[in-house]
Design a protein around this ligand. Structure first.
Ligand code: TXA
Ligand code: MG
Length: 329
């Protein structure tokens, strides 16, 4: 049984008690729901991988209440301090070298000598981490390879009975995961586009390198970010991109005024607003996958989204949803 907790003092105290005892609690962040466990407790972290059915090579993000707490566990550099000052709390994750005395379980970082750290802006996430008094390891609260959840109902859809509780924190305002940036070399490297835009980051630290998503034909060994595996956000129905026309046997994920003729339609943003579209993206994929299957449709067709600002993160996620499926991604 998975308890649904309210996002008030009682629910947060209960969630924190479960986490301190090594249990698993999903909670809202500004990006997507996280599947939280005590990052310093390797058994709890292992339980996260098990609940998600996640391959162990894929490291988790550690969540903190503020930059000072995060930088006690990793070696911050100049770029890290500038970015943290400007963009934390917020949808940015920094990959930095672990400190020698870092108490975070090695399994959290999948054995790497780096650790991904993030300070979420959501009040429920902030209150929960503060109440636990330890960093919380939290991947997105979905079964591995499935669409990331932006409501408590989505979390339950994938993880009911597999986790102790979910704190119903309402819909996630940003709606796509955090931007993951590696700060371990001379130049920052974008490992995953997300809620913090490349434009905002480059305005603070100058040009950053892009790390192209890895094709499924490549081995998982040596990936700079194992989560870059291409097929990762997979609805059950096949996904077709950049559609200019749509048939009655398809479900349509629209951006701007919708094409006509689809068997089912979800409009990410009628006004063509990228922030609104990002916030509704996973909800749209979930909705069309469910309705499309119920109606016997044969796939999800996605209208083009501009490759700028949050459009990078949106296109990254729909490209992965459309990529050939690989077992265990
Ligand atoms: O918005 C988010 O980031 C959400 C919320 C819950 O905070 N979390 C999230 O976690 O999306 P997850 O586990 O689904 O994605 C973490 C990403 C993966 O692509 C992983 O490979 C990468 O971060 N990552 C984590 N630690 C890393 C490390 N040490 N080096 C390189 N990449 C790392
Ligand atoms: Mg994920």
């Amino acid at each position: 049984m998975t308890d649904v907790l309210t996002a008030d003092a009682t629910g947060i105290a209960r969630g924190a008690a479960i986490l301190r005892a090594g249990g698993l609690v999903a909670f809202g962040t500004e990006t997507v729901y996280g599947l939280g466990g005590d990052a310093t407790n390797a058994r709890a972290v292992a339980a996260i991988f098990a609940a998600k059915g996640r391959p162990h090579f894929n490291p988790l993000i550690c969540h903190y209440t503020n930059a000072d707490a995060a930088f006690r566990h990793v070696e911050a550099n100049g770029h890290a301090r500038v970015l943290a000052e400007a963009l934390w709390p917020g949808p940015l994750t920094l990959v930095l070298p672990r400190r020698a005395d870092c108490p975070v379980a090695l399994l959290t970082g999948a054995g790497l000598d780096t650790l991904a750290v993030r300070v979420p802006a959501h009040p429920v996430a902030q209150a929960l981490i503060a109440a636990v008094g330890r960093p919380i390891a939290a991947p997105s609260a979905n079964r591995s390879g499935q669409v990331s959840p932006t409501t408590a109902a989505h979390v339950l859809d994938g993880l009911e009975g597999r986790i102790d509780a979910v704190i119903d924190s309402g819909p996630c305002p940003v709606g796509v995961e955090s931007t993951v940036l590696a700060l371990t070399g001379p130049r920052p490297v974008l490992l995953r586009p997300g809620g913090a835009t490349v434009e905002a980051i480059e305005a603070l630290v100058g040009p950053i390198d892009r790390c192209a998503p890895h094709g499924v034909e490549q081995s998982n060994k040596g990936l700079p970010s194992p989560g870059m595996l291409l097929s990762h956000y997979a609805p059950t129905l096949p996904v077709r991109l950049d559609v200019r026309s749509v048939g009655a046997e398809e479900a349509l994920l629209a951006f701007g005024p919708a094409l006509t003729g689809a068997g089912a339609t979800f409009d990410l943003s009628l006004a063509g607003d990228l922030t609104e579209a990002a916030a509704r993206l996973f909800e749209g994929l979930w909705d069309l996958d469910a309705r499309g299957q119920a109606l016997g449709l044969r796939g999800i067709a996605v209208m083009p989204v501009p490759e700028a600002g949050l459009g990078l993160a949106i296109n990254d996620r729909v490209r992965r949803a459309a990529a050939p499926r690989v077992a265990g991604s």
